[in-house]
Design a protein around this ligand. Structure first.
Ligand SMILES: C[C@@]1(CC(=O)O)C2=NC(=C\c3[nH]c(c(CCC(=O)O)c3CC(=O)O)Cc3[nH]c(c(CC(=O)O)c3CCC(=O)O)/C=C3\N/C(=C\2)[C@@H](CCC(=O)O)[C@]3(C)CC(=O)O)/[C@H]1CCC(=O)O
Ligand SMILES: NC(=O)c1ccc[n+]([C@@H]2O[C@H](COP(=O)([O-])OP(=O)(O)OC[C@H]3O[C@@H](n4cnc5c(N)ncnc54)[C@H](O)[C@@H]3O)[C@@H](O)[C@H]2O)c1
Length: 224
């Protein structure tokens, strides 16, 4: 019998954080990792910490983040959508969680799964393919290992493949109005064309010719 800490499962979601106000309390290794992925999402990032890593300082000097060089104050949480408590003081992190939840905020506690109401997954990206891996917080180091294993399986060909599939689907939508026919063709192309079929340096024109040729064949009921 498997016992679970949470009665309900954590809900996986991809958030659009562009320009959303995010607060990171703490300026160490963990804070730096969380800020790195928030920067990729173009969030509006504030770091509160008396000291920060060289990397955070570098982002601050390039105006990519706001840094308030001070001790955290409870009132600091009010203005932010997402809050990450990444200090090395677990009692302080827990206090941040309590206060943030009073204001109905989403808060992530680097030292305590139990006090977090969202957690950060390990992630792998290949073009527009995003894989998020979580152990529901039970063993982050295992999530990291699974990510590394998947990195080998999903190699850089997937980048080109996602580009091909995106192009294919958009041209298919323009050419075939029947949803069921589109669905059949897409299923067929996903089954028959693999990332290994992607050609190096295929220019846009050649890609479109290739895509249209596949659409024509499949819509006429021919095999690939
Ligand atoms: C995936 C990743 C994403 C990221 O952080 O970006 C991530 N942790 C990573 C690495 C990592 N974390 C820790 C170690 C040291 C080994 C160890 O102790 O296990 C390593 C390994 C390393 O650093 O190499 C220690 C640790 N982590 C947490 C606690 C507190 C606790 O367990 O309660 C403690 C003990 C702290 C203490 O001693 O007090 C908690 C969380 N860590 C999570 C995410 C969330 C759950 C994710 C899931 O569902 O699996 C959750 C719940 C909250 C959160 O942080 O969002 C990232 C891998 C990125 C990658 O490389 O792919
Ligand atoms: N969740 C995770 O993914 C994960 C992974 C590894 C470790 N951890 C745990 O997370 C914590 C942070 O790890 P780290 O390696 O970044 O530690 P660190 O010691 O490098 O950084 C701690 C930071 O907290 C800041 N800080 C301390 N008191 C503060 C206050 N009152 N106000 C504002 N900032 C304050 C310090 O200035 C420092 O920048 C540790 O307790 C560690 O065990 C979590």
């Amino acid at each position: 019998m498997v016992r679970r800490f949470f009665l309900s499962k954590l809900y996986p979601i991809f958030l659009n954080l562009k320009a959303k106000a995010c607060l990171i309390v703490g300026g160490g290794k963990v804070a730096t990792r969380k800020v790195k992925s928030l920067l990729e999402s173009e969030a509006n990032i504030t770091v509160i910490s008396p000291e920060v890593t060289d990397q955070l300082l570098n982002w601050y000097n390039k105006n990519l983040i706001i840094w308030k060089s001070k001790q955290f104050d409870l009132d600091d949480v009010k203005k932010y959508n997402l809050i990450y408590a990444c200090t090395n003081d677990d009692d302080l992190n827990k206090e941040i969680a309590k206060f943030a939840k009073r204001y109905d905020k989403f808060v992530n506690i680097a030292t305590s799964l139990e006090d977090s109401n969202f957690i950060v997954p390990s992630k792998l990206e290949r073009g527009d393919l995003s894989l998020a891996i979580s152990t529901q917080g039970k063993c982050p180091v295992l999530a990291k290992k699974v990510r590394k294993d998947l990195e080998a399986q999903f190699d850089n060909q997937w980048d080109k493949y996602l580009y091909f599939i995106t192009n294919f689907r958009s041209r298919l939508k323009n050419q075939i109005s029947c949803v069921n026919k589109r669905k059949r063709i897409l299923n067929e192309v996903v089954r028959k064309v693999s990332p290994d079929d992607m050609i190096e340096d295929l220019d846009r024109h050649d890609l479109e010719v290739w895509v249209d040729d596949i659409i024509k064949k499949l819509s006429e009921g021919k095999k690939l």
